[in-house]
Design a protein around this ligand. Sequence first.
Ligand SMILES: [Ca+2]
Ligand SMILES: [Ca+2]
Ligand SMILES: [Ca+2]
Ligand SMILES: [Ca+2]
Length: 539
Amino acid sequence: MLLMAAGFSVSAQPNASYSNFSQQTNRLNALAKAYPQLTQLRSLTKTAGGKDVWQLTIGSGNMDSKPALLVVGGTEGQHLLGTELAIAFAEDLLKNSGSDSIKALLSKTTFYVFPNMSPDAMEQYFAAVRYERQGNATSTDDDRDGKQNEDGFDDLDGNGKITWMRVESPIGTYKVNPDDPRTLIKADLTKGEKGQYDLFTEGRDNDNDGAFNEDGDGGVWFNKNFTFKHPSFTQGSGEFPISENETRALLDYLFERFNIYAVVSFGSNNNLSTPVTFNAAAASQTITSGWQEADTKINAFVSDLYNKETGLKDAPKVSTAGGDFYSWAYFHFGRYSFSTPGWWVPKTKPDSTKNEKAFTNEDAGAAYLRWAVHQNITNTFTEWKAIQHPDFPGRKVEVGGIDPFVLTNPPYDLVSDISKKNNRFIIKLAAAQPELDVINVKTEKLGGNVTRVTFDLVNKGALPSHSKLGERNYWVKRIRVKVNTGNNQSVISGRKLQTLNVLDGYGTEKLTWLIKGSGKLTIEAGSPTTGSKTVDITL
Ligand SMILES: [Ca+2]
Ligand SMILES: [Ca+2]
Ligand SMILES: [Ca+2]
Ligand SMILES: [Ca+2]
């Protein structure tokens, strides 16, 4: 109370649970207020649901002129953890901004943090009926039947959350998982297995079109609205790419930021646990759909950093769905793009004293439930319970199963530790940023008032000056080297102005000119992602 009265609004106590939108807003405002010299907080736009899309810049001095890392959370509306990780990164960085190492970091690196790109969808976690939602508040006709939002979920058992419903059927496609009878797995019909159940999300066929919950609240998904492999005419993709306020405003913002050298986003895509592999055929297409070979090597290097700093193992495999932000950031923005869920259900060894056996099937639900028992996590599973379902008269229908959100969002008391691990990685990635320097400057008089000027342009960072793909991308600026000659000075050999291709991490490029004349001149070298150097030369 005293602190509040003195005008401090940084919360003294850690949060006890995931923050809703207004709590997120408060945490960001508290940071901007407590660290006015190091932050700029702005609302980029408002979503269709009227929520601000916050953008927090962290750095010092002229922030837009320094090499920058982009950190994005909430790429998927059900991934509250991603938003927490983005905000906690900002909080942690600023809390430590008095230390020498963070001071030095902020003197040369800018962080653009977008904590929550799906604020409309994410709020569903806190609603009276909780369910995993991706779409914003734009009204859409997901099944193209001429009606909008006509068939959403229904909380049939009245427990305040949308789980699952299983309907007994002799020709069903699911069977009880022998490893854990609380979960269902697909019956392998090719092996002669028989299914016992059809499985649906919890709800009714409100518009009697034969499909369940096919078009509820929740319109366009942030992570399906981008230009790379836009999944047109699928649920959540939007009528066309970048159709939404939040996607458009983000791109408008980013296209002006040539200084961003890498993107870290939190979401289901994961090229940090396991890097992208080189696919020569995909990479050599005119409209490329594969990472360039040199860029896959950088991905492998950064993935090593991630695994070392976080110690996270056994990540589930995912494939990119198309229209996603992570792919856009590499293929269409030309930047090194890294994505991670930040956390996943850890593999749990069976405990024989609990009568547990090794699993015979791969099933995320069973794996989660075993882990939850070992962690003493309760109340994340709803026991199957028979209900009367008007759409299935005379048939056995049960509602239950694993709760929404729990497979991708850990209990909140684990978030602090997870965020520390991911923060360590982001700081290490920033330490690898490309940084230009000039060494071995030499001038040799050649007679006839001509001087040979040479120097080595070096990249002191582990990351290249920009991605290999960036060489073909308008939105990536290459290193530009310019000789500023004065009166009666002229470049007689070598280029007065040149742009360089990728300068590798720790790489060197030797540059040389023959310059006629005398007196002083300067040579400037730099790019938005590497910073600039000016060399003073006396002829
Ligand atoms: Ca519809
Ligand atoms: Ca329910
Ligand atoms: Ca329906
Ligand atoms: Ca319908």
